[in-house]
Ligand binder design. Structure first.
Ligand SMILES: Cc1cc2nc3c(=O)[nH]c(=O)nc-3n(C[C@H](O)[C@H](O)[C@H](O)COP(=O)(O)O)c2cc1C
Length: 158
């Protein structure tokens, strides 16, 4: 099983979430790559079984690089990959990066295998020096656990 986790992060929160997910999935997959969206292109998703995408929210949208990545992956490849999405936002309102990516992925015919993970950062006025609360960490753990479950199911069905 090949897993690619791609994150867009200005201030490090999505990188941190991505690394937690990568650590959790590593024992259950032959390859786990965790990389910033700046170093990933659509061709890096060739042969990928599970693609996990995470982005900050800026002005209610996901990173344009992440959107571009999703737009450039061929639709036929989306049919063979399982997809999961996470993202951070400082205001618990919609739309956010997740809503943006989920609707874009739906247009591309992608299959979300678990509900998206919405991490709310306790950062008024978008200040960058927020930390991820223990309540949000519990959500990250649960998300990673549901991905582990998906990997186990996919392995059994092969
Ligand atoms: C220019 C800018 C615009 C932002 N717009 C929003 C927004 O519309 N909604 C929101 O909840 N947070 C917004 N934020 C806060 C970011 O979502 C937050 O900094 C980000 O999720 C942190 O993730 P990162 O550490 O991975 O960059 C904004 C932050 C910046 C710098």
């Amino acid at each position: 099983m090949r897993v690619l986790i791609v994150y867009a992060s200005w201030f490090g929160h999505n990188r941190e979430v991505a690394r937690v997910i990568a650590d959790r999935l590593s024992p259950y997959a032959s390859h786990v790559i965790c990389a910033p969206v700046t170093s990933v292109t659509a061709s890096d998703t060739i042969g990928c079984d599970l693609l996990v995408l995470g982005s900050f929210t800026h002005a209610h949208h996901a990173s344009w690089r992440m959107r571009h990545l999703v737009e450039t992956i061929p639709e036929r490849r989306f049919k063979r990959m399982a997809i999961a999405v996470f993202g951070t936002q400082t205001v618990n309102e919609r739309p956010s990066s997740i809503d943006d990516l989920v609707s874009l992925l739906a247009k591309r015919g992608a299959r979300l295998v678990v509900p998206p993970l919405r991490v709310i950062l306790s950062a008024p006025d978008f200040v960058p020096w927020s930390s991820i609360t223990s309540a949000e960490r519990a959500k990250i753990d649960a998300f990673a656990q549901s991905l582990v479950h998906q990997l186990e199911l996919e392995t059994v069905s092969r």
